[in-house]
Design a protein around this ligand. Structure first.
Ligand code: BF8
Ligand code: SF4
Length: 625
């Protein structure tokens, strides 16, 4: 019998797992158990169902078939499968970016009531980057022009994606030399799918290089556009206090949860929740107010810009519903388990899907578009309020934990006094050994939040600054790393630097598309030191990743020069050629590699060793780890 403590390190998770079991609610952990043993061929990447001469599989023991019906061997099959993961991940983030471009265009045309340009300065700055002269132009026509120009980044009218210019020159030259400069956002994904069709690219090296180019089209393209437009439309994040864990739900208020990734819907829901008319209605129905909270990355978007509390990360999404305290959950897209409608049906919770591209069983579909979003948000919040009277028993098992979110590059540089120089000085002096971006998901294969929290703890104890995004940021906030007092858990150097700046040792940089903020930040560091990103004492890590998007993020980190340590092994062990290229060979190509280490204690050592090696190569004081 597995205990709840073996499944998650979080108190709210453990208590709600018990509640879910009592309520006979099936969770992601139950289904993971029911899937055991999972297919060994698929786990190694050795199965192929790309065409209907198959499905095929290659026998890893060398006894059965070594080639698919078409003649593809293990290297080709493994590489193609991984490449398709990268394409799917890139398309997810980049399509999210496209939706924002369309909203920006609609705002410019006056077809998006409720939306506006909240950061005109950023609009003007990004317009310049896109080669548009903002002089004398009003915000709306300028926004229209920018949206139109950004659309070209998606197609094939460019030789390279515009924001690639933000990367250090040495890196751009390297991409050119290797032939992986991304040309168009959709183009690279589309070419990746083409190359992996049966009978196209059958050279596993060439396939994997295209996967890197595809990932760069997301990191420096689609995801970067998503973040930039979100800042233009909804404001650049700045540090704000907030609360996290299931305890953010309020017994005496109408609880509405937003889930997914794109802030377009959730921003409108927030506006409706704050309207005096809705608050009065809630009071009329016997509630003390309306409590909006988030889960996953839509939650992160609202937390970053408005300090909206965060109820939980990926593996908590079903459990949050099992509190019985949620009047309505609205979802947009990505990482929304199709089980949620079934879980909600055990309670009074209304489940609403909002995107034309994402529908779910057991949810009512109410489609949001730029022109109807404001009206729709008002109607739905009203329905949520009316649902308050249908509540049964409520179980909110914990008190919430305080945290600070909202560290954009702009606010980090601002906190440093307008230049990255103080951070560089602290790194040079060895007070901060280096910086690590811990990103990604939860995965029931790993004890929930254990990987994130353990790795983060070990790094900050050893004077490594941590920035995080996505589901990691929730885990770390719940663990108490995101208040200024958390410097007590940091090593002496990091404690001194963060203490003098009044910031926590772990900085919340946002949602998963916001990983691009990390790219921008490290580019600024590299430029200031006049080196390439791969020379910096930095690393990436995804200790509990599950999603295709995470593979893409890892790939663009590595292609940008950031060595990245994964927790769960990707499905590549069926080809030692692929494994060796990704974990060693890429060093000669892009100056960084992947590593895999499921044990966060060992991953911390690996990362610290890597950072000290980079320090040594830069001629900075280093220690043996
Ligand atoms: O984009 S970290 S589980 S919610 S994929 Fe998903 Fe992973 Fe969470 Fe956000 Ni990112
Ligand atoms: Fe089998 Fe080749 Fe078709 Fe894949 S592409 S299913 S290996 S025949």
């Amino acid at each position: 019998m597995t205990t709840y403590e073996e499944l998650t390190i979080t108190e709210d998770g453990q208590k709600l797992l018990k509640k879910a079991e009592e309520d006979q609610v099936e969770t992601v952990w139950d289904r993971h158990q029911a899937q055991q043993p999972q297919c060994g061929y698929c786990d190694m990447g050795l199965s192929c169902r790309i065409c209907v001469m198959g499905p095929c599989r290659v026998d890893p023991f060398g006894e059965g078939p070594q080639k698919g019906v078409c003649g593809a061997d293990a290297d080709i099959i493994v590489a193609r499968n991984l490449c398709r993961m990268v394409a799917a991940g890139a398309s997810s983030h980049s399509d999210h970016g496209r939706d924002l471009v369309e909203v920006l265009a609609a705002v410019a045309k006056g077809n998006a009531p409720g939306y506006s340009i909240r950061d005109e300065e950023k609009l003007r700055q990004v317009a310049v980057e896109y080669g548009i002269d903002p002089e004398g132009k009003d915000a709306l026509p300028l926004a229209g022009e920018l949206a139109w120009t950004m659309m070209e980044d998606y197609g094939m009218r460019q030789e390279e994606i515009t924001l690639v210019k933000r990367a250090p020159e040495k890196r751009r030259e390297l991409w050119k030399k290797v032939g992986i400069t991304p040309r168009g956002i959709d183009r690279e994904t589309s070419e990746m799918m083409h190359r992996t069709h049966m009978g196209v690219d059958n050279d596993w090296v060439s396939l994997l290089l295209q996967a890197l180019r595809n990932s760069l089209s997301d990191g420096w393209g689609g995801s970067m556009i998503a973040t930039e437009i979100s800042d233009i439309l909804f404001g650049i994040p700045s540090p704000k206090p907030t609360m996290v864990n299931a305890g953010v739900l309020k017994e005496d208020q109408v609880n509405i949860i937003v889930h997914g990734h794109n802030p377009v819907v959730s921003e409108m829901i927030l506006e409706a929740c704050e309207s005096p008319e809705m608050i009065a209605l809630a009071e009329e129905k016997g509630a003390k107010g309306i409590n909006l909270a988030g889960v996953c990355c839509t939650g992160n978007e609202l937390l970053m810009r408005h300090g909206v509390p965060m109820a939980g990360n990926h593996l908590m999404t079903e459990l949050i519903l099992s509190t019985g305290a949620v009047e309505m959950m609205l979802v947009d897209y990505q990482c929304i388990m199709p089980s949620l409608g079934t879980v909600a049906a055990c309670y009074h919770t209304k489940m609403i899907s909002t995107s034309d591209k994402a529908r779910f069983p057991g949810m009512e579909h109410r489609e949001f578009h730029a022109d109807n979003a404001q009206k729709m948000a008002g109607e739905l919040v009203k329905e949520a309020i009316e649902n308050f009277s249908q509540r049964g028993n409520v179980y909110i098992p914990v008190e919430p934990v305080p945290a600070i979110g909202g560290f954009s590059v702009e606010t980090i540089v601002g906190a440093l006094g307008g230049t990255p120089e103080p951070l560089i000085e602290a790194i040079k002096a060895g007070k901060i050994r280096g910086a690590v971006g811990i990103v990604g998901c939860n995965n029931p294969k790993i004890k929930h939040d254990h990987g994130h929290v353990t790795l983060t703890k070990r790094l900050i104890e050893n004077d490594v600054l941590v920035v995080d995004t996505g589901c990691v940021s929730v885990a770390n906030a719940k663990a108490g790393f995101k208040v200024p007092a958390a410097i007590e858990m940091a090593g002496p150097g990091l404690k001194e630097v963060c203490g003098s700046l009044g910031i926590p040792p772990v900085l919340h940089l946002g949602s998963c598309v916001d990983n691009v903020r990390i790219l921008v930040l490290i580019s600024a560091l590299a430029d200031a030191l006049n080196v390439d990103i791969s020379d910096l004492p930095v690393a990436g890590s995804a200790p509990e990743w599950y999603s295709e998007k995470a593979v893409t993020i890892g790939a663009y980190f590595v292609a940008s020069g950031v060595t990245t340590v994964l927790g769960p092994m990707p499905p590549i062990t069926g080809s030692m050629n692929v494994v060796n290229l990704l974990t060693e060979g890429l060093n000669d190509v892009v100056g960084a590699t992947f590593a895999v280490e499921p044990d966060p204690e060992k991953a911390a050592l690996l990362i610290r060793r890597h950072i000290e090696e980079k320090r040594k190569a830069l001629g900075l004081a280093y220690v043996e780890v």
